[in-house]
Design a protein around this ligand. Structure first.
Ligand SMILES: *Cc1c(COP(=O)(O)O)cnc(C)c1O
Length: 383
């Protein structure tokens, strides 16, 4: 019998008093939006990831939309995305009228398979999108090679991977454009929020305009130069991040190393203690990378357990473990099935994995006793 009815969510924000103070300070200032906190946060994040430019936006999804739009993607174009990702990665292509084409993943890491990306390239392909699934950087050397040999840009959906690196180079400076998310379950949070990083100042300028209705100057710039007129040059959106959100992000960013170290220590505990549990294995970790440990995903031998994954989820959740699934391939959602007539068989490795994976709770304030509770619930599955 479980003695604890405590609920352990799969992820949770870590907001401290100093974060709250930083937000309150902005709330008392002159600028709630388009003020100085946004560029300060952008500059700090660009520095963290080794990029020359960073543009803050209102979500990770807006970051992907802006990144794809800045490449001029439109109707008739194909965007190659991994099959193992959140729907936002492919939805952002749909916003532009483009068609997402799904590439399969490696069965041990669930990272996109560069050879399948290569196979999915057609004359209509306009961009390749990488996803650093669970926080582990994908094979950027191979992906850049495939992209370059076809003259295609590489976009990274690094919504899981702030603080990760590949061969010593931080995620955020490995692709032509990189998208980050600051949703509360992600590495750092602004409530809702996102960022695009790039080393291309022209593209950064374009995205700055795109997030502000396609207007060339923002409110503060006009106020400072004493003018009220402006030009709208592209069809943009209101994708701005507020200054109090930027202040929260900035404050969180100063603790990034601490947050990553906390996640890393919990993963080491999971890895060590999971080793003795039958029918459950964790994903493979590759060399030459530092992992952001956004998600702790295990793969179940559902046959040996004689339980479906849905039964496993309900048993774990019944024991207070907020287990989750990341992800069902986007093309198996009803919208995609209806619109593109997609079905099972498109990316068999991702589909098989999607039936067997479970995401276990992982967030910096978890105690060792929480990890033990999760593992006890897993152990009891085979009894
Ligand atoms: C969270 C996430 C997004 C979307 O980010 P939001 O900030 O929630 O819009 C996109 N892609 C991946 C892989 C994500 O995990």
């Amino acid at each position: 019998m479980a003695t604890s009815t405590k609920w352990i969510p799969y992820g949770r924000q870590d907001v401290r008093e100093e974060d709250i103070a930083a937000v309150v300070e902005v709330l008392r200032s002159d600028w709630l939006t388009t003020g100085p906190a946004v560029p300060a946060f952008e500059k700090a994040l660009a520095k963290t990831v080794g990029a020359t430019d960073a543009v803050a936006v209102s979500s990770g999804t807006a970051a992907l939309h802006a990144a794809y739009a800045s490449l001029g993607i439109g109707p008739g174009d194909e965007v190659i995305v991994p099959a193992m990702t959140f729907a936002a990665t492919s939805n952002a292509a749909l916003y532009l009228g483009a068609r997402p084409v799904f590439a399969d993943v490696d069965p041990d890491t669930l990272l996109v398979d560069p050879e399948d990306v290569q196979r999915k390239i057609t004359a209509r392909t306009r961009v390749i999108v990488a996803v650093d699934y669970a926080g582990q950087p994908c094979d950027y050397d191979a992906l850049r090679h495939v992209a370059r040999s076809h003259g295609l840009p590489l976009v990274a959906d690094a919504c899981h991977a702030l603080g990760a690196s590949f061969r010593g180079q931080p995620v955020g400076s490995l692709a032509d454009l990189t998208a980050f998310s600051f949703h509360p379950v992600k590495t750092i949070t602004t409530g809702e929020g996102g960022m695009v990083t790039t080393n291309d100042p022209d593209r950064a300028r374009w995205i700055r305009s795109f997030r502000n209705h396609g207007i060339t100057t923002d409110h503060r710039e006009r106020s400072e130069s004493g003018t009220v007129s402006y030009d709208m040059v592209v069809l943009g959106y209101n994708y701005r991040l507020t200054d109090f959100q930027a202040a929260l992000g900035m404050s969180q960013l100063t603790r990034l190393d601490e947050i990553l170290a906390g996640r890393c220590a919990l993963v080491a505990l999971y890895d060590r203690k999971l080793a003795g549990i039958p029918h459950v294995r964790s994903l493979r970790r590759l060399p030459e990378r530092s992992h952001a440990n956004h998600l702790y995903v295990v793969r179940l031998d559902t046959e040996a357990l004689a339980l479906s994954r849905e039964q496993v989820l309900s048993r774990l959740r019944g024991a207070g473990v907020g287990a989750n699934v990341h992800y069902r391939p986007p093309y198996l959602h009803p919208y995609y099935r209806d619109r593109f007539a997609t079905s099972e068989g498109l990316c068999p490795i991702a589909e098989e994995a999607a039936r067997q994976i479970v995401t276990l709770p992982l967030f910096p304030q978890m105690a060792e006793s929480d990890v033990d509770h999760v593992l006890e619930a897993l152990r009891s599955l085979s009894r």
